[in-house]
Design a protein around this ligand. Structure first.
Ligand SMILES: [Zn+2]
Length: 114
């Protein structure tokens, strides 16, 4: 940390300047420079895509993961990212839940007519 008085660089855990003994400002809860992607958001996305191929088995867990990760991301004050992944997971699952049964229904109708 740089001393505001003399500008010299001090060790990170130093409380007073090693050169001029000025008290150094304390940095509290500084967000890390690189936000971590929420693991739950990644799961929401992966499970959402898997839901399209596994006949919706993973779609409900994907929506649950997506909602939980969105809540965690909004509470993390920028420490977590992956909002897009979480939303994509939820949307893909929701589309799967609507589209796949509809396709099955239409297919059943077509085959019944033969
Ligand atoms: Zn100093």
């Amino acid at each position: 940390m740089y001393c505001p008085n003399c500008g010299i660089e001090n060790p990170v855990d130093e409380k007073v300047c090693i050169s001029c003994s000025t008290e150094l400002p304390v940095i509290q809860d500084e967000p890390p420079p690189f936000a971590k992607t929420s693991t739950l958001a990644i799961w929401a996305f992966v499970l959402g895509i898997m839901g399209l191929f596994s006949f919706l088995v993973t779609s409900l867990p994907a929506i649950v993961c997506g909602i939980i990760s969105l809540v965690k991301i909004s509470k993390s004050c920028g420490r977590l990212k992956g909002k897009g992944l979480a939303i994509a997971g939820i949307v893909i699952s929701a589309i799967g839940i609507i589209v796949i049964p509809t396709l099955c229904f239409i297919t059943a109708l077509i085959f019944r007519q033969n």
